[in-house]
Design a protein around this ligand. Structure first.
Ligand SMILES: [Zn+2]
Length: 111
């Protein structure tokens, strides 16, 4: 989960602003309160920066650079951006993917 934390370091200052709170609502309305990748409308929705803030801070408040995503699709995209694509599906990788998916549905597997 270190990947995501690293990514957040760049977007957090943006996400804290009033300007972002307003923009966020506009993006959600525009995308019909649904994940643009899988169409999910239930649960928490996040606003994704199509071009990451890390590489394009100038586009942080650009409507065209924002898309509504569910946490699962958002994490998947963020991982790829951070240099963790999944081009070769090995059993190890599949097991890891399943572990991540389990974590998304059950944040506390120990219980
Ligand atoms: Zn989704």
């Amino acid at each position: 989960m270190g990947v995501r934390r690293e990514h957040r370091r760049y977007s957090r200052p943006v996400l804290k602003t009033k300007r972002w709170q307003v923009l966020r609502q506009i993006v959600l309305e525009r995308d019909g309160w649904a994940c643009v990748a899988c169409g999910q409308t239930r649960g928490r929705l996040e606003i994704d920066h199509v071009q990451p803030v890390r590489t394009r801070p100038d586009l942080a408040f650009d409507l065209a650079n924002c898309a509504t995503r569910c946490p699962s699709c958002h994490t998947k995209k963020t991982r790829i951006e951070c240099g963790h694509p999944a081009p070769i599906i090995t059993p190890e990788r599949q097991a890891w993917g399943q572990a991540v998916a389990d974590l998304a549905t059950n944040p506390n597997p120990a219980t």
